[in-house]
Design a protein around this ligand. Structure first.
Ligand code: F6P
Length: 258
């Protein structure tokens, strides 16, 4: 029955949050690997979650990119109230994604869907260290970096390590190194092995993993059976305040290994 299914799902959510020692897990029916509607539902759930998490006053929400984040953003609803104002910023500078799924684009879409504001961080890819360092001195960039540092919420996704390395066109040497270090997961531009230990990091400005630990509201969104291993690896050392929004296919696969 539907009731049993709901109770079953609830049980799975509890088992997952307990297993990872995180604050909350929300599981959507289906498999986002091949059902786009699951991603739309992520949008509803993210909206409800942020509605509960974000306090009154001015909030700064730092977001990551990727297809999950982009599609989730498209299906968000309003979060702005008379007393609550939200500014969306990218969590980190360009880490090699196509325009439409870059953190800058995701934060713009989230702002428009939720009725908030956004600020972009313009840092081109492929820069010499010299140019990069002088760009960082630019007041307009400094200003956005300061906002990112002040964020009280972060929303991010989790991907498979080698898949993400290929998508970002990382070098052959980096690929070999990731394989040698058994990288299975990627989040925030960091690569993790099965134990959730960082094995490599793309040096970029913006939020660093140690900063995320200190942010009071953290929401991770990732689903699909194909991502189960990556989600499991990353979540092992995820900040304890994390809320994980995932789907049934990933959740069942994660619990199989427990
Ligand atoms: O590149 C940004 C990012 O959020 C990564 O940190 C993550 O691994 C990936 O995108 C997820 O992408 P997708 O949702 O397309 O699987």
């Amino acid at each position: 029955s539907v009731m049993n299914q709901l109770l079953g799902m609830h049980q799975v959510e509890k088992e997952i949050s307990q297993y990872f020692g995180i604050k909350r897990c929300i599981v959507v029916a289906g498999n986002s690997d091949n059902q786009e509607k699951v991603l739309y539902e992520f949008g509803d759930i993210l909206t409800d979650s942020l509605d509960l998490l974000l306090p009154e006053g001015d909030n700064i929400v730092a977001v990551m990119g990727g297809t999950t984040m982009a599609l989730t953003a498209e299906h968000m609803g309003t979060l702005e109230t008379e007393k609550r104002h939200n500014l969306f910023v990218p969590a980190r500078g360009g880490i090699g994604e196509a325009m439409t799924v870059q953190a800058n684009s995701v934060s713009a879409v989230m702002a428009s869907k939720t009725g908030g504001h956004h600020r972009a961080l313009y840092v081109p890819e492929q820069l010499s260290l010299e140019t990069y360092n002088s760009l960082l001195q630019e007041p307009s960039i400094q200003e956005v970096l300061t906002l990112i540092e002040q964020s009280n919420c972060v929303v991010h996704s989790i991907g498979r390590a080698l898949h993400m390395a290929a998508r970002r066109k990382m070098s052959d040497d980096e690929m070999v190194m990731l394989k040698q270090n058994n990288a299975v997961a990627e989040s925030f531009g960091y690569f993790f092995d099965e134990e959730g230990e960082v094995v490599y990091k793309i040096p970029r400005i913006g939020l660093q993993l140690k900063d995320v630990q200190k942010i009071s509201n953290v929401v991770a969104i990732a689903g699909g059976k194909s991502k189960a291993k990556a989600i499991r690896a990353y979540m092992k050392n995820a900040p304890k305040q994390t809320w994980l929004i995932t789907d049934e296919a990933a959740a069942n696969e994660i619990l199989k290994g427990v």
